[in-house]
Design a protein around this ligand. Structure first.
Ligand code: PLP
Length: 463
């Protein structure tokens, strides 16, 4: 830390936080007797709290966001210069950084061509849902309006995004929800024994076939969109089984269903490719992204579509209702695309996609080694630097450990100065996966530190 503050300032900050801040996903009762944590500074993969304690951050800002690491002057300087030149104008007009970033982004996304700017993952997903609904009205008399989402996936926090969540502890108590959203089964092979009829062979094709069954039961003429995470994040870091995506693509084509891929977590390098879907040869109609687009240096999200989707909104220009009548005030902030241009430049200049693949393999190896020592590790899975370790009471029955035990592991690592994550108040009885998403700049040494902390924590918590 550069020590640019003093103890008195910070105790005042802590009191102001305790008195006035409503933290996300948090029960505040404990803050009556303990101090809330204030993160004061960050550099590379490290952050320091109000007590000056150093932490190695294995979750990129808590929620897989700070992909290029903390303290990037290149991004800060570009944003500063842009803000002085022009901070904002509504999205009905263009901007220099908005156009340049769109061009760079599209260059990484063959088959897609149009970028709609917004400012959060939830908002970008809402835009995709609105497009699917409007297409249903314009082309199919409103009938083809249903949107399928998958068990264990998450697409955001607004009421409609929660209508599309497969995480029941996230949506509980916030209904009633938006109608027309239909749940399909998850594709977590490790838990196939909990799914009726799931085979050992060709599980991926079977899991995709379950989606087709639901489409047929609902009536294909009523289903307009299928929204999926390429690798499910908060639902337990679920990598797709072999054969899954090929079959999904066939199903979408067969029934004329728009495929919307939620890249809010996987987007911009997390899995070692620019986008998660690119690992699996998927051809989406719509892609949403947010967190890693500017690594948290500015709020930005994007909905990217094919030209075919775009064209559906300008087919009859004499109809005053026939365009995408949507607005995002803060989608016009110039800081977002400015930061995103530099963020992408850093990933390219520093070879971070390659590093993500190399270090991701290394981390899986290290966690597999831990699994030999700790029988509570039932499954290690991931892609790039996006890795989960599912904890079980018994490897044969695969019974999940309690969320309390998982949080004890997270807490023990935190006490050691290593910040890791876990599925958190999302899946009833199944918040049992430790989550790792270090910045894409992670080195072997960082991975060693993270895994050593997990080793020690598991040893203490599961004695
Ligand atoms: C896959 C996925 N989609 C969407 C969102 C929502 O993004 P935001 O919190 O920016 O609204 C999240 C947030 O964690 C997410 O993990």
């Amino acid at each position: 830390m550069d020590g640019n503050f003093n103890e008195n300032d910070l105790s005042r900050v802590v009191e102001a936080d305790r008195a006035h801040i409503w933290h996300h996903l948090s029960q505040h009762k404990p803050y009556e007797t303990t101090d809330p944590r204030i993160i004061v500074e960050g550099k590379g993969m490290k952050v320091w709290d109000q007590k000056g304690k150093e932490h190695l951050d294995a979750v990129s800002g808590g929620v897989w966001t700070v992909n290029v690491g903390y303290g990037r002057e290149r991004i800060a300087n570009a944003v500063r210069d842009q803000l002085i030149k022009l901070n904002y104008f509504a999205g009905s007009a263009g901007s220099i950084p908005g156009s340049i970033f769109a061009e760079k982004l599209i260059d990484k996304m063959p088959g897609l061509s149009r970028v709609y700017y917004a400012n959060s993952g939830s908002e970008a997903n809402e835009k995709a849902f609105k497009m699917i609904r409007q297409i249903a009205h314009k082309r199919y008399g409103g009938v083809k309006h249903k949107i399928l989402f998958r068990d264990r996936d998450y697409h955001g926090t607004t009421i409609t995004a929660l209508s599309a969540t497969g995480q029941d502890e996230r949506s509980a108590q916030y209904g009633p929800f938006t109608p027309g959203f239909v749940r399909v089964p998850h594709c977590l092979e490790y838990r196939r024994h909990e799914q009726d009829g799931a085979p050992v062979e060709n599980y991926g094709v079977w899991a995709a076939d379950q989606i087709e069954k639901i489409i047929l039961a609902e009536g294909p003429e009523t289903v307009g969109g299928l929204c999926l995470e390429p690798v499910t994040a908060g639902g337990g870091v679920i990598t797709p089984p072999d054969g899954y995506w090929e079959r999904i693509q066939e199903i979408c084509t067969k029934y004329d269903i728009l495929l919307h891929i939620d890249e809010v977590v996987c987007g911009l390098g997390r899995t070692g490719t620019w986008f998660g879907y690119q690992n699996y040869g998927i051809k989406p109609d719509m892609v949403t992204m947010a967190k890693g687009v500017a690594s948290g240096y500015a709020a930005i999200s994007c909905l990217v579509t094919t030209e075919a989707v775009f064209d559906m909104f300008k087919d009859d220009h004499t109809d005053p209702m026939n365009y995408f009548r949507d607005i995002s005030t803060f989608g016009g902030c110039a800081a977002g695309p400015t930061a995103a241009i530099e963020n992408m430049g850093i990933i390219e200049d520093e070879g971070l996609l390659e590093n993500t693949v190399t270090q991701g393999h290394y981390m899986v190896e290290k966690l597999d080694e831990l699994a030999e020592k700790h029988s509570c590790i039932g499954d290690v899975r991931g892609k790039g630097l996006f890795i989960g370790a599912e904890l079980v009471e018994d490897r044969d029955t695969r019974a999940p450990v309690s969320e309390k035990m998982v949080q004890a592991v997270v807490g023990d690592c935190m006490a050691q100065g290593i910040i890791i994550g876990a599925t958190n108040r999302s899946l009833p009885g199944k918040n049992n996966t430790l989550c790792f998403s270090p910045a894409l700049i992670a080195k072997k040494d960082d991975i060693d530190h993270i895994c050593a902390a997990v080793d020690a924590a598991l040893g203490r918590v599961f004695t």
